[in-house]
Design a binder for this molecule. Sequence first.
Ligand code: FHN
Length: 436
Amino acid sequence: TSSSLFAQKMIGNETQEQKQKRMEWWTQDRFGMFIHWGLYAQPARHEWVKSVEGLSNEQYQKYFDQFNPDLFEPKKWAKQAKAAGMKYAVLTTKHHEGFCLFDTRFTDYKANNTQAKRDLVKEYVDAFRAEGIKVGFYYSLLDWHHPDYTMDENHPLTKKDKSDAAYATLNKGRDMAKYRAYMRNQITELLTKYGKIDILWLDFSFPKPNGRGKGKDDWGSVELLKLIRKLQPGIIVDNRLDLGEYKDGADFETPEQVSTAELAKYKGKTWETCQTFSGSWGYHRDENSWKSHKQLLDLLITSVSNGGNLILNVGPTARGEFDRRATNALDSLSQWMHANDKSIYNCTYAPDGYATPENSKLTYNPKTKRLYVHLFEYPSNGKLTLSGYNGKVKYAQFLNDSSELIYKQAGSNDLTVTLPARKPDFSIPVIELILQ
Ligand code: FHN
């Protein structure tokens, strides 16, 4: 079809096998860190504060003037990400507010011109690469600061007055062709000045028939994606650049903040769910709805058990560090991943013929033929039934300490695993089954 033909042209006549090879590291790594950082960390209410509160550039300028990330130490960020088992990272180089964290030639609205006086993206790239973490860039297609970016339903200036007259007045003098050129220039900078970039996370398209949205023609999507793939042939690109009929040109789907129950819908596709610790992507001081350690683990385990990735977001403070709550959440993930990451990396959904035991979730490593049973509830009777597993298991142990677990045939086709009374010190212990 035209879209798959386009997709192949897009990625250098790549076959599906070649695409799989290009994405192999991403698929095996499974777990990444999203980092939403920008001027919005100062109002500390939400990264959409400029739009939600309809703030003009002038009203928002105080955040630029005051921005001074004196505690920014990307090496520390990278060590925290590595300890938590995150194998790749994606940092906002520019979010919808239009503020650039990188030293771009095409605007003065950048970190180098704030009290930071530095290229924050360069320091992020160097620090994360030094820890062996793959580096990705998030780049916002929306830009609520740029003088040529036209009005739409999300723009701060048309938030309050959506009348045609307001749109006409505010669009006067704005030229989206110039904004498209600005985006191409900046994406060229991002993909040529910082070495090999592993992921480009473009965000987001909202095509609307009434001229209140933005889609492929506004972005110049086809030309943009061709440029991206020319500059960085191995790069992995998300699906939020509206490509219309050519949607196959994107590499992965991006279910956002969905419940773990919804992740089953994506099994068999190529996808990464993006999730926050709390409700906000940007640092939100007063937010109290933080996911528990077990909820975070559930997201990670359920993503892999449905053949997908999880990118988990941190919103650093305006001073440039992960706050106490984010640090604690990452530390708790570190402890679990240290002992159990074999059930995550290089794993995917279980093969047919392996029923999911009660109150558990399965992941499977097809190379080592090891099946992992994640015990979301620890059986009070000390027994775990593996229905239909008779004759399929060679050995069973707890993953965290490789301590043997005894199992016996039960009935004609099942196995019963005997579990110790004392549950391992993990909120979700993992049983490793070595299959025949
Ligand atoms: O509007 C953005 C939002 O601020 C955040 O960046 C998320 C992350 O996936 N993407 C958009 C909402 O879908």
